[in-house]
Design a protein around this ligand. Structure first.
Ligand code: FES
Length: 349
């Protein structure tokens, strides 16, 4: 989303908050951050101290001039970089070694209007928002926002199911008994309602590693993976790679968006998927948990990035299963969410 004169740099802080800044091709990331009033860690500003050392997770850049004490060749080869010296050659995602509070910034606040409420089943709702000042909302596919439940001060975390390039922003919500957002969506919500949210947040986002990827979704944990797929379906998507998604739910009625996934098998080169249902009375071809469909081959014998989003027991079961296979994936990114609190809360990577 950058114009020809500048690139977009995502600054991802330790507390999960992400801020986006514009940075010109001859401008250092530190100068661009300063202009945006974001105080990333800096000391010498001269490539000598290493205070600003960050990790570049995607994109290309000119590292600038610095001394070995500030950044070793080995570190540079692993993607570490010095924002006080580096200039972008493409859009970038940087992990900044401080919290957003220390950088005197915070998650941005957005207002929106409910555009659509789609009742997929009695357990799952698709919520679509028309975000005001949409141009100022940037996010990485896989990230989430905290939505304030109307009429309360409570917030619930939901991952975008739509991609960053789409005007409307969509989310998947699991309806739970007694859940605050569930109650609102089930009983009150209607198009035109005002909503407020903060974000974007989370370190669960698509990296441009080029390795094959294994996407694992539990229930509404499908949302951030749908956002990543939408990104991969765009004309300027990162280079094609094999992406296999395994989507597991508890019961047949929890299955949503199978038609969307089928469409992505045509729109995203190299994309395939399977789904499974834990309920033994299911009519699905695969009964059981996602782990039953993961072997060393689906993990490309380790040469794969795993992206996993689901409830905590699923995340733990997948980790244990992969460890038992004796395979260590090259990348392992996950997002856990508590079912009672809605989808997408909490973060890990
Ligand atoms: Fe010292 Fe960047 S601030 S190396």
């Amino acid at each position: 989303m950058s114009d020809s004169m500048s690139f977009q740099v995502a600054l991802s802080f330790e507390d999960g908050i992400t801020r986006f800044i514009e940075c010109g091709p001859d401008e250092t990331v530190a100068d661009a951050s300063y202009k945006a009033r974001i105080n990333i860690p800096l000391d010498c500003r001269d490539g000598a101290c290493g205070t600003c050392k960050s990790l570049c997770e995607s994109g290309s850049y000119d590292g600038g001039d610095y001394i070995e004490d500030a950044l070793t060749d080995d570190e540079a080869a692993l993607g570490h970089c010095l924002p006080c010296q580096m200039t972008p050659r493409s859009d970038l995602v940087l992990r900044i070694p401080s919290t957003s509070a220390a950088a005197k910034t915070a998650a941005a606040v957005f207002t929106a209007t409910v555009a659509d409420i789609e009742r997929h089943s009695d357990t799952t709702v698709g919520l679509t928002l028309d975000v005001h000042d949409r141009d100022t909302l940037d996010f990485l596919p896989g990230q989430y926002v905290n939505i304030t439940v109307p009429g309360t001060e409570l917030t619930r975390s939901y991952s975008f199911s739509s991609g960053p390039g789409r005007h409307l922003a969509s989310f998947l919500v699991r309806l739970t008994d007694g859940g605050a957002m569930s109650g609102y969506l089930r009983d009150e919500a209607k198009p035109g309602d005002p909503l407020r949210f903060t974000g974007p947040m989370g370190s669960f986002y698509l990296r441009e590693s080029g390795r094959p990827a294994l996407f694992l979704a539990g229930g509404t944990g499908l949302a951030p993976l749908l956002s990543m797929l939408e990104r991969l379906a765009q004309a300027d998507a990162p280079a094609a790679r094999p992406v296999h998604l395994i989507y597991g739910v508890s019961r047949d009625r929890d299955l949503v968006h199978l038609d969307t996934l089928a469409a992505y098998t045509k729109a995203v080169p190299g994309f395939t998927f399977d789904h499974c249902v834990a309920d033994e009375n299911s009519t699905a071809p695969n009964k059981g948990f996602v782990t039953t469909l993961i072997d060393a081959g689906t993990l490309h014998h380790g040469d794969a990035d795993v992206y996993l989003c689901g409830p905590p027991p699923m995340v733990e079961a997948v980790r244990a299963h992969i460890a038992a296979l004796g395979v260590t994936p090259a990348g392992f990114h996950y997002e856990k969410f508590a079912v009672t609190a809605g989808a997408g809360a909490g973060a890990g990577s």
